[in-house]
Each structure stands twice: as C-alpha cells, then as structure tokens.
Design a protein around this ligand. Sequence first.
Ligand code: FDA
Length: 393
Amino acid sequence: MASNYDVAIIGAGAAGMMAAFTAGRRGKSVIVLDHAKAPGEKIRISGGGRCNFTNIHATPKNYISQNPHFAKSALARYTPSDFIAMVDRHKIAWHEKTLGQLFCDDSAKDIIRMLLEEMRAVHVDLKLSCEISELEKGPDGFRLSTSEGPILATSLVMASGGKSIPKMGATGFAYRIAEQFSLPVTETRPALVPLTLEPNLLGELSELSGVAVDADVACGKTRFHEALLFTHRGLSGPSILQISSYWREGDEILLSLQPETDFVELLKAAKRENGRQQVQTVLAQHLPKRLAQYLAETAKLERPLADLPDKALSSLSERIRRWPIKPAGSEGYRTAEVTLGGVDTDALDSRSMQAKTVPGLYFIGECVDVTGWLGGYNFQWAWASGHAAGEAV
Ligand code: FDA
C-alpha cells in the first residue's frame, strides 16, 4: 500500500524545506524525500559556514535567466524582510557583511535548525537516505517508487537543486524529470566558479598564488567590483565568481586592479617628490607587495623612478587599469556554487512554479533557469520560489 500525501517534495535543501512548511501551514500533508543523510547540506557549508542567507538589495536584476521577468512575481511575494522576520523569530543573531549580504553570527546550522523546526511545527514528514527509483503520473496523482516504499501524492515539487558539487549529492535529477514530462531544459553550465588559466600564463603568474586585490573585472558589458584572488589554478575571489556566470569559452576578461587609485598620478607624484624610490616600492603602497613586484618586473621597470620616462609610467599604469586575460576554462561543477540554466521558465507559471502542461508538477530553487549573483541572492531565490510553490500546491 502506498503512503498518501497531498504533496511530495524531492530535495530537503533550502527551496524544498521552505515549500514544505509553507504548504504544511496551509493544512496540506507533506513529505520531503532526500537521498542525502542530512537535510540542507549546502546551507551548512554556505557562506564559509555562516550562510549568507539573503541579500537586502535583492531585485530581479540580480538574476540571470532566459526570461529576466520570470523571477519578479515570486521575489516580490517573498522578500528578504520576510525571511529576516523568520530568522528574528527564531532568535538567530545575524549581521550585514558588505553589499547587503546577511550572515549568521554563529553558524549556518542555525538556519537548518530553524527550517526543520518550521517543518516539525506543521508535521511535515522528512525521509532522508531515500532513493527515488521511479516516478510517474497517474489519474490519482504522482506515484513514486522509493527505497521507503511507494508514495502517492497529489502534487510533486522538484527541489533537487542543480549539478554543482556532485560530491555533495548533486544529481541533476530535476532535469531528468523535466525531460520525462517533455518540459524543456535550457543549457546548463557551472556558474559562480573559479576560472582557470592555460599553463604558460599560470606559470607566469605562479608567484602570485594566494594574493588578493580589490579589482573591477569586466566581461563584455558586464562588470563587478569586488575582491580578486590569484590561485594555483587561475583566478578566483568574488569578482571572478560573479563574472564567471557571464563568461563563455574564448572570451577575454579585463582586470582593473585597485580601480579607485590613479596610478599615473601616483607614480608621477612619487617621481617628483623622491626620484630615488623604486617603482615596486611605490606600487606596494597601494597593491599587495608580491603583485607590485610582479608588475614592475614584467614591465622591466625595476629601477628608480627618476630613471624612467613618464611614458613608461603611463603604460605601466595602463596595464594595471586594463589587464586583459583569456581564461582557459573554469573549475567546473566540482567547485561551482551554482548551476546556470535549468528547467526552462517558459514551461513554468511564474506565480506558482507549476509546469504549464503538467498540472500538479512544480520546480523550485536552483533547478529552475534562474541563477543569482554571489551574495545571498541564490538562497533568496530558493526561499521565494519555495514559498510560491508552497502557497500554490
Ligand atoms: P540544494 O542543492 O540546496 O538542495 C537540493 C537537495 O536535493 C539536496 O539536499 C540533495 O541531496 C537533494 N537531491 C538531489 N538529487 C536528489 C535525488 N536524485 N534524490 C533525492 N534527493 C536529491 N547561496 C547563497 O545565497 N548564499 C551563500 O552563502 C551560498 N554559499 C554557497 C557555498 C557553496 C560552497 C555552494 C556550493 C553554494 C552556495 N550557495 C550560496 C548556493 C546555494 O547553496 C544554492 O543556491 C541553494 O542551496 C539551492 O537550493 P536548492 O534547495 O534549490 O538546492
């Protein structure tokens, strides 16, 4: 005999848990199934263990999708303030770090505990280490064959996330289910991911591994101004993760290091005031020492300023202000924070997240073709889309 529920949710991540207690509060009987041993594993590791759970500046402009209007409805109906109110109700201390990013003071586990408490309060059933082998729609609803036995549910919510970090159990299962029901899935690719460099350039930059610098990074018309980190594989840091969602193979990115500093003026003034100073010494007052040394060395300008024509100082400054780099690739799903693309929003109703052609089937969170910037936007999408489905099922 199958266990009967109003709603079955696949995935006990951010979106799935939000949808579960939202539906539960409406009196629906809900079961959440996850093949992982613990719920909310990505929440646990997020934000360096402190979970950047939302961004107070979140607007639809912070999301990438083939249909930029799709996210508007859900985001408007469940805002960062709504989530903050729940966090406050659970007495979880939080702080704003930068750029509207909110983090837990103590631990990301507080957020998981809060979501589990909300589910418990409305009697949501949670089955972990549960494998779903088959799933079909019949006249009486969705029939799931699982390692916990057969389950029958009137509505099915796919909240199984994207492909990022397969080591943590990411499967792309939602895309397979979309295809099973003939729903389109847009091209998926790793996003918010470090970029790699070809071996020659990597060798040249090897001495910079571990150096972080404030930078403006542009790809085409898109630019982000945040920290950049040189790594032993290539480039990382918030500005690179952000641009990686827009970068495509073959594209060049343009780095502007410490963009608020006028290096031409700085070097010329230093030359006037004390021409015996070395270029790298002056640069090191505004850039990390190893980077200053590298820039002076590769420009072959490791000399006192008085020995250098202004033209040489201008071209060095131009290099710092406009440094083109062609990444070779990205670190891929192994380290990507999210998956770009997913279930085509054309196939979903933007108010409820329900598939237009399959009544009762919903897709929420990362598996949908809505991808946020770095900085709490992806969780805000998980909460908002989870809430939209939870209100509709
Ligand atoms: P999520 O991936 O969270 O949950 C999916 C669930 O489905 C998982 O529990 C999984 O086990 C389960 N599942 C998958 N396949 C299954 C199957 N076949 N059967 C059963 N269950 C299955 N975002 C942000 O806003 N702020 C932040 O600080 C961070 N930090 C961060 C750090 C790192 C290292 C990563 C990898 C990602 C982030 N993110 C983030 C992104 C954020 O984690 C992500 O956007 C959300 O977790 C997406 O929530 P979902 O609920 O859609 O999927």
